[in-house]
Design a protein around this ligand. Structure first.
Ligand code: ZN
Length: 360
């Protein structure tokens, strides 16, 4: 869908089953005598409903991709869907655009369904059209509530970001309204009882609780992510580079370690006869090799082959640096100048340490 894989979480089947059970009596009333088929009809209804959720998510994916952000899989879960966008938007406008297309798509589907409702004859199709109209308008409106992790929260985030020039401040603000939304969702059954006089059932409270937990944890995760990211811009790969020693790949490990100590190098890179780097020695692998064995094995046996993701530009910094490390998790990376000259080795341990120090 929209160039992304679509994953369906197991919780989705549970909810599809629940929807089937809830909708079945309505189907029975419209088309009597279906017997157990009414549950199949209910399940088909659930599939159609989630098809419209998929449209909502696909619109986020298409918008993000148009703005050059890589998009991962779309996951359907019990409270709707999620699109994995693997980059932060660079400008508030982009954040706004990617967020707002979702609810707008749902509202559009809802409006189209309302239009169809007028021309659809009585019967099961009308039940489906009615459901689509109601559900999509509800999803569209609720998603515009300005609190993270809802789309409206990202709209609010982009607005605060635009005004203050600080993305993280936007996230924190929208996180707080997201928490407030969670509290409101929790209190909703009581409010509803006040307004309508109908006693809420245990199911109402359970549903309100699940939604409140979903909102609260989503808002909290976004806020703590923002607090951490705030400290990241201080990180510059070049400043963390370890001095590195280049050795032939077949040099005995003990000799490579001895030379590295002598040269006060904090890392070892294996090179071809022509001096082209081919591997980075893993500190962990060296530590795991008994000292008495080290004279007898080639340095290349404890080196990780230099795949593309392990060669990083030395000037990588901040968020970009963290993203690059996340894309290709490893213990060591080779840092290179734009002209391909070897600058040194960046270790994840050093990045973690610098990060902790920056946090104080
Ligand atoms: Zn959305």
């Amino acid at each position: 869908m929209a160039g992304s894989d679509v994953l369906v979480s197991s919780s989705w089947f549970l909810v599809a089953g629940l929807i089937a059970i809830v909708v079945a009596p309505r189907i029975e009333a419209t088309e009597p005598g279906l017997g157990a088929w009414k549950y199949v009809g209910g399940f088909v209804f659930a599939v159609i409903l989630y098809g419209s959720v998929l449209l909502h998510e696909a619109s986020h994916a298409v918008a993000a991709r148009r703005l050059g952000m890589p998009v991962g899989a779309i996951t359907l879960h019990f409270l709707g869907g999620m699109t994995a966008i693997e980059a932060e938007p660079k400008r508030p406008r982009e954040e706004f655009f990617v967020a707002v297309v979702g609810p707008l798509t749902s509202l559009l589907v809802g409006v189209v369904a309302v239009g169809l409702w007028f021309i659809t004859p009585d019967g099961l199709l009308l039940v489906a059209v009615e459901g689509l109209a109601g559900a999509n308008i509800l999803v569209g409106v609720l998603n515009l509530v300005p609190g993270l992790p809802l789309d409206g929260g990202r709209v609010l985030k982009s607005a605060v970001w635009r005004i203050t020039g600080d993305m993280h401040r936007g996230t924190i603000a929208a996180g707080w309204t997201g928490r407030a939304t969670a509290v409101a969702a929790m209190a909703y059954p009581l409010l509803q009882a006040q307004l309508t006089g109908v006693e809420p059932t245990i199911l109402d409270f359970a549903l309100a609780f699940i939604i409140a937990v979903f909102l609260w944890s989503g808002a909290t995760a976004a806020m703590s992510g923002a607090r951490i990211r705030r400290r990241i811009p201080h990180l510059v790969a070049r400043q963390l580079a370890r001095r590195t020693l280049a050795v032939p790949a077949d040099l005995p490990l003990a000799e490579a370690v001895r030379r590295a100590r002598e040269a006060q190098a904090g890392s070892i890179v294996t090179v071809t006869g022509a001096g082209e780097p081919v591997g980075i020695v893993s500190e962990a692998a060296v530590a795991a090799t008994p000292v008495e064995r080290q004279p007898w094995i080639a340095t290349s046996t404890v080196a990780r082959t230099l795949d593309e993701g392990l060669r990083l530009p030395a000037d990588l910094a901040g968020e970009e640096l963290v993203l690059a490390l996340n894309r290709h998790p490893a213990g060591e990376y080779l840092l290179l100048d734009p002209d391909g000259r070897l600058v040194g080795v960046l270790t994840t341990a050093d990045v973690d340490r610098a990060f902790r120090e920056a946090a104080h």
